[in-house]
Design a protein around this ligand. Structure first.
Ligand code: GYE
Length: 306
């Protein structure tokens, strides 16, 4: 009965569907907004959502998924904290006949039959957009531009891809150089701590590229504590565009933000409904996103929901 094989049994009434969602954690403003949006979308659709928070640990996520399999949920959705190491548990879900939807982050498995769809952003594209701003900002530079990169969680798709996209673009100008790159684990505290250390070891930092707003906001604290002006003495580019990031951009402390939308709940519900009806879903669904400079942030802020 828990097979989730809607074609064989016909669609289930929505109020009988059970979906298990294994979330990464609560590491950032983005994540909090993502959790809220997903919970609200399922609530509104009248579909039961079992929710777990893995506190950024893969072993916790694997445990949660195993428990959903044991409980015989109809669908499992999850945002994999890192890319590797999912084949075993995803094969268990497959053997139990429970379709899995990846939201937000990718797995690097070669076996695409282990999930029905991957819904989320194109992180390489985001890295490229950040790189293009930097390329343009320093197009007239005649001296080296020292860039430090605050990486997301090591091994996570957005950390790997945002670094790759950025590097791909900035290599077009040999003056642009990433002089240091360290993980801040997508948290504000992590960004602050890494930036404090980097400020000590690198006297001449021109720009910070942070893989999310929270680490950028942590870096701002470290830069101010060092008696420098974020946004002027050291420029800052981030990814996400959550409210606190947008406020810092409006205030001139961040210079540019590449948007990454956490509002995946509605699309996830649509995927579940389609599967329940026996329909087909796209293997890859990419979220639409934009970028913000200071003016655009000032304009967008009053309506920013998260
Ligand atoms: O950018 C960051 C969060 O996976 C896209 O995770 C997500 C990232 C997001 O912690 O703020």
């Amino acid at each position: 009965a828990s097979s989730g094989d809607a074609t064989a049994e016909g669609p289930k009434p929505l109020d009988e569907l059970v979906v298990g969602f294994a979330q990464v954690g609560a590491e950032s403003g983005w994540r909090t907004a993502n959790t809220k949006d997903i919970q609200a979308a399922f609530e509104e659709a009248g579909i039961e959502l079992k929710f777990s928070d893995a506190q950024q640990k893969q072993e916790n996520q694997i445990k949660a998924i195993r428990s959903y399999i044991q409980q015989g949920v109809d669908y499992i959705a999850f945002s994999p904290v890192v890319e590797t190491g999912w084949d075993a548990v995803l094969n268990e879900a497959k053997a139990a006949g429970i379709p899995v939807v990846l939201t937000d982050r990718a797995v690097d498995s070669q076996d695409e039959s282990l999930y029905v769809s991957f819904l989320g952003s194109d992180f390489i594209e985001e890295g490229k957009k950040a790189g293009l701003w930097v390329l343009d900002e320093y197009k007239d530079a005649t001296e080296p531009v020292n860039i430090v990169q605050l990486e997301g969680t090591t091994g996570a798709a957005p950390a790997i891809d945002r670094a790759e996209g950025f590097a791909d673009v900035i290599r077009q100008n040999s003056n642009l150089e990433v002089v240091a790159s360290q993980t801040g684990d997508f948290t504000r505290a992590g960004g602050k701590q890494v930036m404090e250390a980097l400020l000590k070891s690198n006297p001449d930092i021109d720009l910070v590229y942070a893989h999310n707003d929270d680490m950028g906001l942590g870096a701002i604290e470290a830069i101010e504590a060092a008696g420098l002006k974020p946004g002027e003495d050291i420029k800052i580019v981030t990814v996400d565009a959550v409210k606190d990031g947008m406020q810092a951009l409006a205030d001139g402390k961040i210079n540019f933000i590449v948007e990454c939308s956490p509002l995946l709940g509605g699309q996830l519900v649509d995927i579940i409904k389609t599967l329940n009806d026996g329909g087909e879903v796209e293997k890859r669904i990419i979220t639409e996103e934009t970028t913000f400079n200071q003016e655009q942030a000032i304009e967008a802020l009053p309506d920013r929901q998260y």
